[in-house]
Design a protein around this ligand. Structure first.
Ligand code: PLP
Length: 224
């Protein structure tokens, strides 16, 4: 077995153990392998080991990799990075999910540019949960307003929330995200996804109801 296959196997083992410990249903938790900056060969190795969901941060890199790997028709691409207006088309044409919706204008462009031949683009609203001036995401107080507008875009499907807590504040942030998610689901019953937790803090995220954990380093090793 190659190293990526071993790391994946270990990650799924740890995830299963953690779910058992928390009495959480593992079928409702998706592990995303975050492959940003890693070569296509690394994604292929993970694919051969059974992985299907991949996360990418840069629109051009996502488009290039998705095109190169288009023979693997069941790969599910998640765009998880910051998105500027001039790059929305690349994401609309190649992603299955976008975790980083923080402006209506970006959502509208994705809606217009989503090819009619593809399924609806599944989207999550990114919340700036630690209230960091420099960080992406909307304020919690603006969540319902953005959700209402995004929910009306026919080519998008509002599926939930995403957050990247400030270092050292994961637990407070995850607890707050769980409450926000419940609030969102009261209005939008289908918006059940909660994307939070990375290589360092995913067990804690799981404890607060994460349904998508995003692991880069734990699967592919350190990035340059
Ligand atoms: C890079 C990245 C990850 C993966 O981070 P690791 O610490 O390597 O697991 C997860 N989420 C986002 C949004 C990222 O940019």
């Amino acid at each position: 077995m190659n190293n990526i296959a071993e790391q994946l196997q270990l990650a799924y083992h740890n995830l299963t153990q953690k779910c058992l410990q928390l009495s959480a249903n593992i079928d409702t938790v998706q592990l995303l392998a975050v492959s940003k900056t890693k070569p296509v060969s690394a994604i292929e190795a993970a694919y051969q080991a059974g992985q299907r969901h991949f996360g990418e941060n840069y629109p051009q890199e996502l488009a290039t990799k998705a095109t190169e790997l288009s023979g693997y028709a069941d790969i599910c691409w998640h765009f998880i990075g910051p998105l500027q207006s001039n790059k929305t088309r690349l994401v609309a044409e190649h992603a299955h999910w976008v975790h980083s919706i923080e402006r209506l204008k970006i959502a509208q462009r994705l809606n217009e540019q989503r090819p009619a031949t593809l399924k609806k683009l599944k989207v999550l609203l990114q919340i700036n949960i630690s209230d960091e001036a420099s960080k992406a995401g909307i304020a919690p107080a603006d969540m319902l307003q953005l959700a209402e507008a995004v929910n009306q875009l026919p080519q998008l499907e509002l599926k939930g929330l995403m957050a990247i807590p400030a270092p050292g504040q994961s637990e407070t942030a995850f607890a707050a995200m769980q409450q926000l998610s419940l609030q969102l689901q009261q209005r939008y019953a289908q918006a059940t996804e909660l994307s939070m937790g990375m290589s360092d803090d995913w067990p804690l995220a799981l404890r607060y109801g994460a349904t998508m954990i995003r692991l880069g380093t734990a699967i592919f090793g350190a990035r340059d």
